[in-house]
Write a protein that binds this ligand. Structure first.
Ligand code: PMP
Ligand code: GLN
Length: 381
């Protein structure tokens, strides 16, 4: 077996959801809504299955979806993507990440990565032969500065992986931080692989700035999105890879030997959802923001201190600041076993041996789920 994968534990998301299933716990761990998702988009997917979208679609994705993705990003982020040469549909952002890492990284390339991080990054980067160089971000702001980048970028730096808005931090990086990162990418001639799956989920009127839009970044950025997050249909696994034609050629070559295509009925439904997006997105965002506030208020009533949550499905508790004398993993295991509520210990999303007291909760849940989760967390204190 390849030691990179053979030595890995089951991901924390599956571990906690598995415990929640086995124990019948309230699941505020893995990030998914507990409602069925937008009915008009689900109806379109069902309709597409009944009406012929069942054979292999084109390798790069259905033209109608690639056009819809380019139009969506033009409308919401001011980007000028050519759908034919710059948009590829993948089976979730996870496959897009794999295509970028396996297709672009060469053995020995150094890859700057920020942690806490999404847990798929490091094993895939290493399997591609990349050498991760980690920048550790600290709560409550989770920001980097020039000194941190200077200590991490070097002559072998070829790639930067940026997740923004940040899972698990719930942070949205300001433009000035992105400008600083762009300056380093350009100075080191590095390609940025930007995991922007949470781009649509930003609160309090904040704007998500795509790194690809900054001066000098258009030709050197791979932008990754996910319909799962845009529509709260996380099991659908429809992702997008957007990049300049030269990068896209390599990414598409890689994609063709990872999954080749993505279920066509889901692609058709996502295209429909993107075209029809206006009011629905606003309503979804308002509902998520209300859920964030309800969860934060409930936790505060029970004496838990939370960190600012500017975007994503996630709200973090600072256990130490809340007077809990226990690390996040041990609290999370006790909470699911003894109090019946699953959460994600953020220490699982660092490279290794990094202990935190930060507990990630999924806020994208019905009111009664959130309320029940809060009561059970209070019981675990
Ligand atoms: N990147 C990040 C930061 C994520 O949070 C997720 C999903 N939780 C993914 C990638 C994977 O997205 P998908 O389900 O579309 O593969
Ligand atoms: N992105 C989801 C989360 O952060 C989980 C995805 C997964 O289970 N791999 O909760």
């Amino acid at each position: 077996a390849n030691p990179i994968f053979a030595s890995l534990p089951t991901t924390i998301f599956e571990e906690m959801s598995g415990l929640a299933r086995d124990l019948g716990a309230v699941n505020l761990g893995q990030g998914f809504p507990d409602d069925p998702g937008p009915a008009h988009i689900r109806a379109k997917a069902a309709d597409a299955v009944l009406n012929g979208y069942n054979q292999y679609p084109p390798m790069a994705g259905l033209p109608e979806l690639r056009q819809a993705v380019a139009a969506h990003y033009a409308r919401t982020q001011g980007l000028d993507l050519d759908w034919r040469s710059e948009v590829t549909v993948t089976s979730g952002a996870t496959e897009a990440l794999a295509a970028a890492f396996l297709g672009l990284i060469q053995p020995g390339d150094e890859v700057v990565v920020f942690q806490p991080l999404y847990d798929a990054y490091l094993p895939l980067i290493r399997r591609a032969g990349g050498v991760p160089r980690l920048v550790t971000l600290a709560p409550p702001r989770w920001r980097f500065d020039r000194a941190m980048l200077e200590a991490t970028f070097g002559p072998k730096t070829r790639f930067v992986v940026l997740n923004n808005p940040i899972n698990p931090a719930g942070a949205v990086l300001p433009r000035e931080d992105l400008e600083l990162l762009a300056e380093f990418c350009i100075a080191h001639d590095a390609v940025a692989i930007c995991d922007e799956v949470w781009e649509q989920v930003v609160f309090d009127g904040a704007t998500h700035v795509p790194l690809i839009a900054l001066p000098g970044m258009r030709q050197r950025t791979v932008k990754i999105g996910s319909a799962g997050k845009m529509f709260g249909l996380t099991g659908w696994k429809v992702g997008f890879l957007c990049a300049a034609p030269e990068l896209t050629r390599t990414l598409a070559r890689t994609h063709q030997f990872l999954t080749f295509t993505t279920p066509p009925n889901l692609q058709a439904a996502v295209a429909f959802g993107l075209d029809d997006s206006g009011d629905w997105f606003e309503a979804m965002l308002a509902a998520l923001q209300r859920s964030r506030d309800r969860l934060a208020e409930g936790l505060a009533r029970e004496g838990f201190v939370t960190l600012p949550a500017q975007g994503t499905y996630f709200l973090n508790i600072d256990l130490a600041a809340s007077g809990v004398a226990e690390d996040d993993r041990s609290f999370a295991l006790r909470a699911v076993r003894e109090a019946g509520v699953a959460t994600i210990p953020v220490s699982a999303l660092y490279e290794q041996d990094h202990v935190t007291t930060i507990l990630r909760l999924c806020l994208a849940k019905k009111d009664e789920t959130l309320d029940k989760g809060v009561i059970r967390l209070a019981r675990a204190r």
